[in-house]
Design a protein around this ligand. Structure first.
Ligand SMILES: [Mg+2]
Length: 265
């Protein structure tokens, strides 16, 4: 073992070697807290350069598909992630899908648009009385961010929003780190992983993510798949790394192995 991969457990390195031998590999990654460190202002997030470089090279390998599965709206994801051109993109926790040129954008129906407006009204009232909380509009939902608010204010705001919006049928709620996500489209990262497995014909998936919503994806993994939790929170993942910097090491290890398998010398 070399110094640079000390942070990865021998079990994880073995899993990386094993999955690299699969026929068609799908590398599906969360963005914030996984490729990028968590930052105060969402627009400031950028992938760690080493992760971005490894992902770009993985994207070029034969029989290898790369994908980002994010809670962000697709536009926001593109802006901060600058993904390799052939990387598949799933935004809004699965509500938005981009599989290359010609992919159709998300269209809400009349009922969903009305629900979205009602959700926005509820959350705007809460933000008005909860200093430090802010809203973010997404194509299928509105997000309540509480990262900049005091702990008790943040807690009260999320509690109030959850209480009121639980009464709205067809509005789906997800709690993340200092964030309450609402959506008028039912979607999850678990469904996104399933969808990508079908769409790409992947024979194994390597997925890494740091947040609660990533557990949906981790829960859909099976067989030869490899699931990695980033961070120390509870998880059902088989493997764990501590921080985005270790994701960089993981992707570099995966790149070395996968390149060896797909491009024989
Ligand atoms: Mg994340």
């Amino acid at each position: 073992m070399t110094a640079e991969n000390l942070a990865l457990s021998p079990e994880l390195l073995e899993a990386v070697r094993r999955i690299s031998g699969t026929e068609h590999l799908l590398v599906a990654l969360d963005f914030d807290g996984t490729l990028s460190p968590i930052v105060d202002r969402a627009e400031d997030a950028r992938p760690l350069p080493r992760s971005a470089a490894a992902l770009a090279e993985l994207a070029e390998l034969p029989r290898t598909t790369t994908a980002l599965i994010s809670g962000r709206a697709l536009d926001s994801l593109r802006l901060v992630a600058s993904p390799p051109a052939n990387t598949l993109l799933i935004g809004s926790h699965g509500a938005e899908v981009w599989l290359g040129e010609g992919s159709l954008g998300l269209e809400l129906d009349e009922d969903q648009r009305k629900k979205l407006a009602a959700v926005r009204e509820v959350l705007a009232e809460i933000v008005n009385i909860a200093p430090g909380t802010v809203l973010e509009d997404k194509p299928a939902g509105v997000v309540l961010h509480t990262r900049m608010a005091d702990d008790d204010v943040a807690e009260d705001a999320v509690e109030a929003a959850t209480r009121v919006l639980s009464e709205h049928p067809g509005v789906y709620l997800k709690t993340g780190k200092r964030v309450l996500e609402t959506s008028v489209v039912h979607a999850s990262k678990g469904e996104a992983v399933e969808f990508l497995r079908q769409a790409t014909g992947a024979t194994a998936i390597l997925f890494a993510g740091d947040d609660v919503t990533d557990e949906d994806a981790l829960g859909r993994l099976m067989g030869d798949d490899v699931g990695i939790k980033v961070g120390l929170d509870f998880t059902q993942a088989q493997y764990r790394v501590e921080a985005p910097v270790h994701v960089a090491e993981l992707l570099e290890a995966l790149l070395r192995e996968r390149r060896r398998v797909t491009s024989p010398a």
